[in-house]
Design a protein around this ligand. Structure first.
Ligand code: PRX
Length: 658
């Protein structure tokens, strides 16, 4: 199958490569890698010409004059929604199913490419009628739905960058993002339904707007999901179905420069405020569609299902843009994997005959646990023979979860693709190619062609294979983020730090390369970013939320390894008043603080454990000793030298959660 140099001791999964894949051998992979090495610009120019439809072709490929603010294909004109929709009307896909939507309670709705195109055109026209134009930002706060894709594509059609906010974020978090991005309109739903429970999205939007500073928001467009009661501001609020019905069903796309921002998506960094990652139109779309072909080997008959939410980058690249750009049929699911029971995924794969299934390691680990204890929800009860490829994303997948997924779900027939990438990278960076690379559980294998991934030490020098270091990308690539919205300095300093020479893109993850195979394994974040159930959370963001509470004097947050969710949030808190006197007091305050964090950020940021002490353990120079806090959170004996700690006595107080 492949020519990679694997020694007898290497653990290699015994799963055959898929046949007739887009990249069907290691030599085909290598020849693309060589092509990119020989002439990086010519390589990307060829792909951009072959895979995107241009309104005006580009003549310049890469402009590095203002590095690291790279520009790709910048004199070309195109439209992302044209590439995702109109193209499918003329290439034989018009009557092909674009989306099979399944609601939380199991209702299935399908939409063809033609119908999707008309819906997008109507909403795009309606937005234009409301005065939304090229460059205006629209916040989208919607549940998983066909309407979510329609809203995003409609924004793209008129050149209005969208900023999707995950439906699990609180009014405060939504407000912060609306203000930072300078939204002129919001698209939301009356309610969201997940796992049988409803969440009042419209009233969260109303609350967020009541905080002020959002005068730019002239319209709130509401998708009627449940028909539940909502407060109404007749000057500002509009029903999506009404404005859609009133608008014409064709809409001339806004032809935008290749570099025009397609969207801004907020993500957590190592400082307190989330950053608006800005992506371009052409470079981003090129990679979203190309990786659909390279990594997912998408074919016309595939039924593809990515379980991510459109509020995260995975839902942008591998639900809204990538699948439509290649004319795929995809499943979109409103609910959660455990409702009505933990067999929901397997049941849906069987019913919709899913062939490519892309999900998060956390989901696999939790479903694996359920299947262990309850026979009825074990995947063996379902016919999963339609599957041909499995993929994971968002966090490391431990070999035992990998093997369970490969064996119990994929019956050792389907390659498991552990895809490493980030909000900032736009699409897959290091991932196995199902027709080429032999698989090793726990490794995301090799960089995709054109991606110059490397591992360096703290001063930017390559480390030898077998030695861990930090992951960098040495050359710009088309789908990289362009800047941090309204904060170019944060972009430059955070991603192209001077300490590494100012030219290497710093991913923020540690990695190690196998000496024989060259395979990469990601070892986790090297900054203060946590990965909780595949969701990225900044420790400082949670600390700021905690210290905003009037009871709290100081807070420090660390991650604690967790078998199912990857990392659990542990908060160390010093109260302004005296320590809680009884354990009941401590529990009550901890619950209050947890609820507070839920309101400040969202339920995903609630600490699992809160520990109280009289002072924060600090060095004599006043720095919180996080290293020690991590050991305490893990329940490890403190063997470190404590001579530099100002107040080692407090460590004992923190040894138990409230
Ligand atoms: O730490 C890495 C982890 O998720 C981070 C990126 O998070 P986010 O921007 O939210 O994007 C998630 C979806 C692409 C990375 O810095 N991560 C993502 N994929 C993997 C991973 N860690 C290990 N293995 C992966 N396959």
């Amino acid at each position: 199958m492949a020519t990679i140099d694997l020694a007898p001791g290497d653990v290699i999964a015994d799963i055959p490569a898929v046949k007739h894949a887009a990249i069907d051998s290691m030599s085909a992979y290598q020849s693309l890698v060589d092509e990119a090495d020989r002439d990086h610009e010519a390589f990307w120019a060829r792909l951009a010409r072959d895979h995107l439809t241009w309104h005006r072709p580009f003549s310049r490929v890469l402009d590095e004059t203002n590095a690291p603010f790279y520009r790709w294909f910048d004199d070309g004109l195109l439209n992302a929604s044209y590439n995702c929709l109109d193209r499918n009307l003329v290439n034989g896909n018009a009557d092909k199913t674009a989306i099979i939507f399944e609601s939380d309670d199991g209702l299935v709705t399908t939409v063809t490419y033609r119908a999707l195109y008309h819906r997008v055109c109507r909403v795009a026209n309606a937005l234009r009628n409301l005065g939304v134009g090229k460059g205006d930002r629209v916040v989208i706060y919607l549940p998983m739905s066909i309407e979510g894709v329609v809203a995003m594509q409609a924004c793209a059609r008129i050149g209005a960058p969208h900023s999707v906010v995950f439906g699990g974020f609180s009014a405060k978090a939504l407000h912060e993002r609306m203000v930072d991005v300078g939204a002129c309109a919001v698209i939301t739903a009356d309610e969201q339904v997940r796992g049988g429970k409803t969440l009042p999205l419209k009233s969260i939007v109303d609350e967020a707007l009541s905080f002020g500073g959002t005068d730019g928001v002239r319209s709130v467009i509401v998708y009627r999901r449940t028909g539940g009661d909502v407060a109404w501001n007749a000057q500002r609020d509009l029903w999506l179905d009404e404005i859609e019905r009133a608008a014409p069903d064709t809409c001339e796309p806004e032809w935008v420069d290749a570099e025009h921002p397609l969207f801004i998506l907020y993500t957590s960094g190592s400082t307190g405020t989330p950053k608006g990652v800005q992506h371009s139109t052409a470079g981003y779309l090129l990679w979203a569609s190309l990786t659909m072909r390279w990594t997912f080997d998408i074919k016309p008959d595939d039924i593809y299902w990515c379980t991510a939410d459109i509020g995260w980058i995975t839902g942008h690249s591998y639900i809204c843009y990538g699948p439509c750009a290649v004319g795929a049929t995809q499943v979109i699911f409103e609910g959660v994997p455990t409702y009505p029971n933990a067999a929901r995924f397997w049941d849906m794969i069987q019913r919709h005959e899913v062939s490519i299934f892309y999900t998060a390691p956390t989901a696999i680990r939790s479903l694996m646990k359920c299947a262990d204890t309850e026979d009825a929800v074990h995947p063996c009860n379902f016919d999963l023979t339609s599957l041909r490829l499995l993929g994971t994303v968002g966090e490391p997948i431990n070999p035992s979860a990998w093997k369970w997924f490969a064996t119990e779900v994929g019956h050792n027939r389907c390659p498991v693709l552990d895809t490493f990438w980030q909000t900032e990278t736009g699409g897959h960076m290091i991932a196995p190619l199902p027709g080429a690379a032999p698989l090793v559980p726990g490794s995301c294998t090799l960089p995709l062609p054109g991606i110059a991934a490397a591992i360096v030490d703290e001063s930017g020098h390559d480390v030898p294979s077998g030695q861990s270091g930090v992951l960098v990308i040495k050359r710009p690539w088309p789908s990289m983020l362009r800047t941090v919205w309204r904060n170019p300095e944060r972009f430059r300093k955070g991603y192209f730090p001077e300490e590494l020479g100012g030219k290497l893109y710093l991913a923020g993850d540690g990695a190690i390369r196998d000496a024989r195979t060259g395979y990469f394994t990601i070892t986790g974040r090297v900054d203060d970013v946590l990965n909780v159930s595949g969701h990225r959370m900044g420790t400082m963001e949670i600390e700021s939320a905690l210290t905003a509470n009037p009871l709290v004097a100081e807070a420090a947050v660390v991650g604690k390894p967790d078998e199912t969710i990857g990392e659990a949030i542990v908060a160390f808190v010093v109260l302004k008043d005296v320590m809680p006197k009884t354990s009941a007091d401590a529990k009550a305050i901890a619950n209050e603080l947890r609820a507070w964090v839920g309101r400040e950020i969202g339920p995903i940021a609630k600490p699992r454990e809160i520990r109280f002490g009289e002072h924060m353990p600090k060095t004599r120079s006043g720095k919180v000793v996080r290293r020690l806090l991590r050991s305490i959170a893990k329940g490890e004996a403190i063997l470190q030298d404590l001579s530099t700690v100002e107040n080692p006595g407090v460590l004992k107080q923190f040894s138990h959660p409230a």
